[in-house]
Design a protein around this ligand. Structure first.
Ligand code: BES
Ligand code: MN
Ligand code: ZN
Length: 490
């Protein structure tokens, strides 16, 4: 990372950078805005009065050679009414501002946005989140693009009113999220199950707290992971089960995350329609969020134990593929009638969840781009959240609200369970046309009985659609905030 995030104590008028960023609340000037106003003989108030500058939320202004100000230019950003700024708006303010500067000129920046008044959020928290938002705004996918579009990117982002600990925490969180985005964005011919396994091994090299184990097909056969292996058997890219362990909490019971890692989902023999199928490269975004969260947890060296489990599998049609009608025997011993090979996520997850039991988790959370039905229900804003342990569900929902990475609960009542009935196995892998997100959750519930478990369906939230859409890195913010709280650092 060439972008440096650093705290500063210097006043806005005397800091020596290319670009000074100050926020403008309606009605009252922040300390730095007042300082610039005073130094410039009232320029800010005059321009606000004339309408050349605006304190309306998200409104950007650009001033040059401001008298009494050392920075070459001043970027102003409207913060709206002080009492009405919330976390989502704050993150967008920071992101919009950073994006407006990143293409240059003037990529050495000092920001005084921590003066923004966000009710119920401390300055320390805003520092962390500002760092996260700046890193996200500066990200550009380049791995397979020969001609690099746009300008140089930000080189330096100094943050006033922040201390170095909070900046470091924000950078760790932001880097974790970037890891998830980059893995999500990589094409499926590069980001194969073997590539994910290799990435885990690289993380193990990079971070002392991480220990990584990768199980291959033979080892999974020995464990009777018939559901996971059934999905993988049509692909030339063999499946792996990746286990990443962060040891920071002595002999305390671990928090275990399980992420769906379908590196490409064609639907298999129940093949998907062609339009938009490329987007099924994102079907490993649950796995990517586990990688990103593990990276953040390792960077933060959190004093807890966290285990990330990723079943990495490709779902392809082939002469050797599993088929509709097949009955698979999962690691748990339960049998599954495959009625649709496109409902593959739950099949790899059920074996990974059964495997997770051996770690005796104090909480078990799976993250998966599991159902189109969840997108229909909740759209692109909220993750689907399901579980029977109200306390765990509420912890996750609250963490999501705190960092504006929100999840919304769907019921997981047993009333839905009969939709999975099968005449030829213990259950079917699809539950019919109604409540598809919930019946997928119900399927997973059968493999997590007795566990303190919750399920996040991120089918709508893991990426932005379209030609230029890209992975969001969600729900890394929610998961890392939850784990920070578990570690007493929220
Ligand atoms: N990966 C898809 C879910 C998905 C679809 C995520 C669209 C994001 C956007 C999943 O494997 C799938 O195909 N689910 C099926 C389940 C159905 C066959 C019961 C679906 O949602 O259509
Ligand atoms: Mn599918
Ligand atoms: Zn899928």
């Amino acid at each position: 990372m060439s972008l440096q995030l650093i705290p500063t104590d210097l006043p806005a008028t005397s800091i020596d950078v290319d670009t000074l960023v100050i926020g403008l609340h309606l009605q009252e000037l922040s300390a730095s805005a007042r300082a610039v106003d005073l130094a410039s003989g009232g320029l800010i108030t005059a321009l606000l009065e004339s309408g050349d500058l605006s304190a309306k939320l998200y409104s950007l202004g650009r001033l040059f050679q401001v008298p009494g100000v050392r920075a070459r230019r001043v970027v102003t950003v409207g913060l709206g009414k002080a009492g009405e700024l919330d976390m989502g708006k704050f993150l967008k303010v920071v992101g919009d501002t950073a994006r407006s500067i990143r293409s240059g000129p003037g990529t050495r920046v000092a920001s005084y946005l921590n003066e923004a008044q966000v009710p119920n959020r401390s300055a320390a928290f805003l520092s962390r989140q500002q760092a996260v938002a700046v890193l996200q705004a500066n990200y550009r996918y380049e791995a397979t693009v020969k001609r690099k579009p746009g300008g140089p990117g930000l080189s330096e982002w100094q943050m006033a009113g922040a201390d170095s600990t909070d900046v470091a925490i924000g950078v760790a969180l932001g880097q974790g999220q970037l890891r998830a985005r980059e893995l999500g964005n990589l094409p499926p011919n590069i980001c194969t199950p073997a590539y994910l396994a290799k990435t885990a091994k690289e993380l193990e090299q990079q971070f002392a707290s991480l220990a990584v184990e990768v199980l291959d097909q033979d080892q999974m056969r020995a464990l009777n992971m018939g559901a996971l292996l059934g999905v993988g058997q049509g692909s030339a890219n063999p499946p792996y089960l990746i286990i990443m362990r962060h040891q920071g909490g002595g002999d305390a019971k671990p928090f275990v995350l399980v992420g769906k890692g379908i590196t490409f989902d064609t639907g298999g023999i129940s093949i998907k329609p062609g339009a938009g199928m490329d987007e099924m490269k994102y079907d490993m975004c649950g796995a990517a969020s586990v990688f990103g969260t593990m990276e953040a947890v390792a960077r933060l060296n959190l004093p807890i134990n966290v285990i990330g489990i990723v079943p990495a599998v490709e779902n392809m049609p082939d002469g050797n593929s599993y088929r509709p009608g097949d009955v698979l025997t999962s690691m748990s011993g339960l049998t599954i009638e495959v009625l649709n090979t496109d409902a593959e996520g739950r099949l790899i997850l059920c074996d990974a969840l059964t495997y997770a039991k051996r770690f005796e988790p104090q909480a078990l959370v799976d993250i998966a781009t599991l159902t189109g039905a969840c997108v229909v229900a909740l759209g692109k804003h909220a993750h689907g959240l399901m579980g029977k342990h109200d306390d765990l569900v509420e912890e996750l929902a609250a963490a999501g609200v705190q960092v504006h990475d929100r999840a919304w609960r769907l019921p997981l009542w047993d009333d839905y369970q009969p939709q999975l009935d099968s005449g030829f196995a213990d259950m079917a892998n699809i539950g019919g046309k109604n409540a598809g997100a919930i019946t997928a959750g119900c399927f997973l519930a059968r493999y997590t009985e007795g566990q303190r478990w919750a399920h996040l369906d991120i089918a709508g939230t893991a990426w932005d659609e379209g030609r230029k859409g890209s992975a969001t890195g969600r729900p890394v913010p929610l998961l890392t905030e939850w784990l920070l709280r578990q570690a007493g650092q929220g």
